[in-house]
Design a protein around this ligand. Structure first.
Ligand code: HXC
Length: 241
């Protein structure tokens, strides 16, 4: 279980209030909390990389993720993005330790919510490859992907209620749309987790794949999409969403 000791803090600390950064200021290159790998065939692989904290979505990780996704979206060589985590966790939610001292207005005044919203504006299709835990904000991030594949041991859940908060980034709506109100509410109100097979049978994910083949399989899906007309793909994505 989550220990009471401090969760692994992010590589960079952020002030509570930050002005929005202009789009032109997006940097290139490497990141502290994610890995970006442009593969052949028009697919970019983005890996959440805070394994010791089960990829908890701290401020700096989300800044890295947003920066990378926005850049990849503008890169004509990239026609599909695969988003994944580690074998143990896609992401175990927002960073609880970072979140704990903040009231909602504090978060509202940072760029965090803007970054989440910006991920909804990507024209490039995003294929989520979920192994292990996808909880809270991790589940919400997974559900923002356009196509989801799950490893056999994937576990989805919205345990925010255990912390006295609610899924804050669209989890309530996306989960209801994906699997129906009753089961979605059972997950949101009890904090229980749902396994990969159930997630597939209820339509949350396209299919279940062996853990060690998951990322390759997601890249194959991306490569197939990458061969189609980019405008058609972008328009189809927008209409489906
Ligand atoms: C910060 C986290 C974390 C989290 C795990 N860790 N989840 N740190 N935020 N959300 C850290 C632990 O502190 C620990 O660090 C290390 O990761 C390993 O976790 P353990 O608990 O020791 O692992 P395990 O026993 O295998 O249990 C795994 C787990 C559990 C079931 C996933 O970690 C857990 O319940 N995590 C919290 C899940 C959760 O409540 N998510 C929702 C967050 S709220 P140390 O340093 O001790 O080794 C949310 C709101 C979203 O997401 C709002 C929108 C942004």
């Amino acid at each position: 279980m989550l220990s009471n000791t401090l969760a692994k803090s992010c590589m960079r600390s952020r002030p509570l209030f930050m002005a929005s950064r202009p789009m032109a200021a997006f940097s290139t290159g490497t990141y502290d909390n994610i890995l970006v790998d442009k593969k052949e065939g028009g697919v970019a692989l983005v890996t959440l990389n805070r394994p010791k904290a089960l990829n908890a979505l701290c401020y700096a990780l989300f800044e890295d993720l947003n920066d990378a996704m926005m850049q990849l979206d503008k890169d004509p060589e990239v026609r599909a993005i695969v988003l994944t985590g580690s074998e143990k966790a896609f992401a175990a939610g927002a960073d609880i330790k970072e979140m704990e001292p903040r009231m909602y207005p504090d978060t509202y005044m940072t760029d965090m919510l803007t970054w989440w919203d910006q991920l909804n504006t990507l024209k490039t299709p995003v294929i989520g490859a979920v192994n292990g835990y996808a909880l809270g904000g991790g589940s919400e991030l997974a559900m923002m992907c356009d196509i989801l594949l799950a490893g056999e041991d994937a576990k989805f859940g919205q345990p925010e209620v255990n912390l006295g908060v609610i899924p804050g980034m669209g989890g309530t709506q996306r989960m209801v749309r994906a699997i129906g109100k009753s089961r979605a509410m059972e997950l949101c109100l009890t904090g229980d987790m749902m396994g990969a097979e159930e997630a597939a049978s209820r339509g949350l994910v396209s299919r279940v794949v062996p853990v060690d083949q998951l990322v390759d399989e997601a890249i194959k899906v991306g490569a197939k999409i990458a061969k189609k007309s980019a405008p058609s793909i972008a328009m189809a994505k927008e209409c489906c969403n």
